[in-house]
Design a protein around this ligand. Structure first.
Ligand code: NAP
Length: 338
């Protein structure tokens, strides 16, 4: 067991971290941080628990710490669910203070020495932790991708062996992706918003880094192009996306690749039985019906047609954020980086 903390523990992603870590077999949840508004008070008194699962009573009496390395003494690893504007500096300070950081924030994702990892897709990129340590950082920073990028790349992973050069994706993203304060009801009920700040650029760049090749102290981006169009829709949880990829193989062969997909990593506590699941029904996947498959960690794929066209969907705050980060941390722990 190692002692861990959550930065930004009161937010949409922070609460998911608390849910996933409250009874974790390898990680003991010791420290919770938030803004100055919340610091010094009991977690149960400041958090507005909004998840559709019971509040984990065993962590309710933890006193919320300020989000500083001093507030994290005795912790070996932190999970960051901070807004990107403040995450960059705080995470760097934590890593310099000898703490491992698994981050959901976008601040460090594209930096050359910082791995951007989906456990099942590019576990070898964790080799960049050694590069960070060679450069004098006692701790480390490992990031996981933007919530829509994770669903896209998980679904592209079994297709990599066929080769493709052009991917187009149109997303239908849940409102929880904008955080608790993110989008007013008047803006999203009876509506679709065809813009999510910086989301398209993140999908277009992060995907290439994740599917790229580790080459010494950096990652060579994968040689394909992603063109994204991102939309916010009135769904609470679960990002759905229509994907077009210029794969030339017959549909049945590609369907078998989805069905037969076996991830290169297994037996981690947060890993689902099926990281990727192909659904045959012609009206699936759907967020309300399929987002909790594999405890929210399964990416569902369906509607594969000539073109090549298909639909992918996954839970954005679990598979797309906190769950992905906890899974990365389990891999890091199993590889003895902690
Ligand atoms: P959120 O609901 O707005 O939560 C923000 C958290 O950060 C709260 O705990 C808040 O504490 C804390 N915080 C705010 N300002 C702070 C400050 N100045 N100092 C210290 N703590 C501060 O946001 P979220 O949706 O959980 O997103 C968190 C991060 O994850 C973002 O970087 C986001 O881009 C990323 N992400 C989100 C999703 C998603 O689906 N939502 C998916 C992937 C990645 P108080 O309660 O005290 O204000």
């Amino acid at each position: 067991m190692i002692d861990v903390g959550v930065l930004g523990a009161t937010g949409a992603v922070g609460q998911r971290f608390v849910q996933l870590l409250a009874e974790h077999p390898w990680f003991h949840l010791k420290t919770l941080t938030a803004s100055e508004r919340s610091a010094g008070k009991r977690y149960r008194d400041v958090v507005n628990w909004r998840l559709d699962c019971p509040f984990p009573e065993n962590v309710g009496d933890i006193t919320v710490s300020p989000t500083t390395p001093e507030g994290l003494s005795g912790v070996d690893l932190v999970f960051s669910a901070l807004p990107a504007e403040i995450a960059g500096e705080v995470e760097t300070k934590c890593a310099k203070a000898g703490i491992g950081v698994c981050s959901n924030a976008s601040s460090h994702r594209m930096e050359p020495h910082i791995p951007l990892v989906i456990t099942e897709v590019n576990p070898d990129h964790l080799g960049l932790i050694d590069v960070q340590r060679d450069k004098g950082t006692d701790g480390f920073i490992v990031t996981n991708p933007n919530c829509s990028t994770i669903m896209l790349v998980m679904s592209l992973s079994p297709l990599a062996r066929f080769g493709f050069s052009d991917v187009k994706v149109a997303t239908m993203q849940a409102i929880s992706g904008a955080g608790f304060q993110g989008i007013p009801a008047m803006g999203i009920f009876d509506n679709v918003v065809p813009y999510i700040g910086a989301e398209e650029q993140k999908m277009e760049t992060e995907s290439l880094k994740i599917m790229g090749t580790l080459d010494g102290d950096h990652v060579r981006p994968a040689p394909f192009r992603v063109s994204a169009s991102c939309n916010r829709v009135p769904v609470i949880d679960g990002h759905t996306m229509a994907v077009w990829a210029d794969v030339k193989e017959p549909v049945e062969k590609v369907k078998s690749a989805f069905r037969d997909y076996v991830p290169p990593i297994k037996d981690l506590p947060t890993q689902p039985d099926h990281s990727l699941l192909y659904l045959d029904e012609n009206d699936r996947p759907q967020p309300r019906l399929d987002r909790m498959r594999g405890n929210g960690m399964t990416v569902s794929v369906g509607r594969l047609r000539e073109g090549l066209r298909y639909v992918a969907m996954g839970h954005n705050t679990i598979r797309g954020a906190a769950g992905a980060s906890v899974l990365n941390a389990e891999l890091i722990y199993s590889k003895k980086y902690l």
